[in-house]
Design a protein around this ligand. Structure first.
Ligand code: GAP
Length: 448
């Protein structure tokens, strides 16, 4: 893990937030390459959910949440972790993460009894900060999907089964953020709420588990590094009838990468008006505040149905950590030499190709390289860079380390024959290709 963290900082993937003032625990900033990787991962998820299906719509809802939303979702009452204080050194810990009833910092056993600590952040809204008007920073993106259920159904004429997908920030005041970007206080989630007819939920749940496994494999997380965990009844979240966690072998241990839950009709049933008129199966808090019926009419029976929900919910940061961990390789090159290479799937690589003139600032070579860069950039495959460093060996090393699939060298022969040398990141093989052939070649590689 340390080597990976160091590469992330050195090459501009991930930085500690507020580092120049000593940093802030549980917050990270994504640098020039990190933001590209993150955007590519989110875009792969969005494509697979929204573009490659016909029954999933997208949403981008607000982060600041009306407290009523999180009251009726159950988060005000139940979204907490058990916390203990160490009486010897005053440190605070999540009691369920302490192995031997000892303070992990000073090893004292003089700990308080565990008490629930609500993980939601609050902020005041409006110019007067007297506590009367506040909002929560959403702890999951899901709730605004449920509260927008009718808006989406009405505006997109959806019938069951269908889904609403959202990617966005979530905030949790974690008691002990740790393990780099694994457990943080501000992170992004990629969440799908897939609405189905009650009774078909168990089959859809199984189907989504398989679909999500296939997707992670396509992102470069091999199935051998994944285990499924069928969450026992006594560990289930308050809304869940059953949850399968996709567990990944992170550098610090086997932990949750994504959770796929059967949320039943709990959420729509909690936020709907006229609860008594609907056959809600989940145990929900009485709701006298909602002004909207969150149900869908069965076309044949005309009966209002509160759909069940299958929810695949993945963390972007945990995805990035798993993907970087899998891609990170140190390869022996013989003669005691080695190289560090990030074998990222090309669609995720922050830079798709580097175009390198053999000689720095040579007008002819830079002109060809820069025209080629512009041509490739226009393909909209992601970022293409012009490396006018004049040091081919150094450029290759840098691009291996940041996962660029192709390095394209423009040399003096290019002036005469319009061809360039293309070096493959993984095999290090070099071949001569005509400039005209490059767009199709790069498209093939990136859309692997
Ligand atoms: N809407 C359901 C939900 O939020 P969750 O299991 O609490 O379920 C879903 O969170 C995913 O969000 C997790 O599988 C994980 O990838 C990510 N996640 C949760 N808490 C996180 C944290 N503190 N830091 C980073 N990622 C987190």
């Amino acid at each position: 893990m340390e080597e990976l963290v160091s590469l992330c900082k050195r090459r501009g993937f991930i930085f500690q937030s507020g580092e120049i003032y000593g940093g802030m625990q549980g917050m990270y900033d994504f640098g020039p390459l990190g933001v590209e990787l993150k955007n590519n991962l989110k875009s792969a998820w969005w494509s697979s959910m929204v573009y490659e299906t016909d029954n999933i719509e997208g949403l981008d809802a607000s982060i600041l949440s009306n407290p009523m939303v999180l009251r009726h979702s159950g988060h005000e009452d139940t979204f907490s972790d058990p916390m203990v204080d160490c009486r010897a050194c005053n440190a605070r810990w999540r009691s369920d993460l302490i192995d031997d009833s000892k303070c992990p910092a000073c090893k004292s056993t003089d700990l308080t009894d565990p008490r629930p600590f609500n993980l939601m952040f609050k902020t005041s809204v409006g110019p007067i900060d007297d506590g009367s008007s506040f909002a929560y920073l959403r702890p999951e993106t899901a709730q605004q999907i449920f509260t927008n259920f009718k808006n989406v159904v009405d505006s997109s004429s959806k019938t069951l089964p269908f889904g609403i997908a959202q990617i966005g920030k979530a905030f949790r005041n974690e008691i002990t953020p740790r393990n780099f970007i694994f457990r943080v206080r501000e992170f992004e989630q990629m969440e799908l709420e897939f609405f189905v007819t009650p009774g078909t939920d168990d089959d859809w749940h199984k189907l989504w588990v398989q679909k999500r496994l296939d997707w992670w494999v396509q992102q470069g997380v091999p199935i051998e590094s994944i285990e499924l965990y069928d969450v026992p009844k006594d560990e289930l979240a308050h809304y869940s009838k059953g949850t399968i966690d996709v567990m990944y072998k992170f550098p610090h241990g086997l932990e949750e990468l994504e959770g796929i839950a059967n949320r039943t009709d709990f959420d729509l049933g909690s936020h709907t008006k006229n609860q008594d008129e609907l056959d809600i199966t989940a145990k929900v808090m009485e709701n006298k505040s909602s002004n909207t019926r969150l149900a869908i009419q069965d076309i044949e029976t005309k009966k209002w149905v509160v759909p069940y929900v299958i929810e695949p919910s993945a963390g972007v940061e945990r995805g990035i950590l798993a993907i970087l961990n899998e891609a990170y390789n140190i390869e022996e090159l013989g003669d005691g030499k080695e190289r560090t290479v990030l074998k990222l799937k090309p669609h995720l690589s922050p830079i798709k190709a580097a175009v390198i003139p053999l000689k720095k600032n040579n007008e002819d070579l830079v002109k060809i390289a820069s025209d080629l860069k512009n041509t490739l950039q226009k393909l909209s495959l992601g970022r293409i860079v012009l490396e006018n460093s004049g040091n081919i060996g150094k450029s290759y090393r840098r691009h291996d380390e940041i996962g660029t699939p192709l390095c394209i060298t423009v040399d003096f022969e290019s002036i005469d024959d319009n061809s360039v040398t293309v070096r493959d990141r993984d095999t290090m093989n070099q071949e001569r290709l005509s400039i005209e052939a490059l767009p199709a070649y790069l498209i093939d590689i990136v859309n692997d």
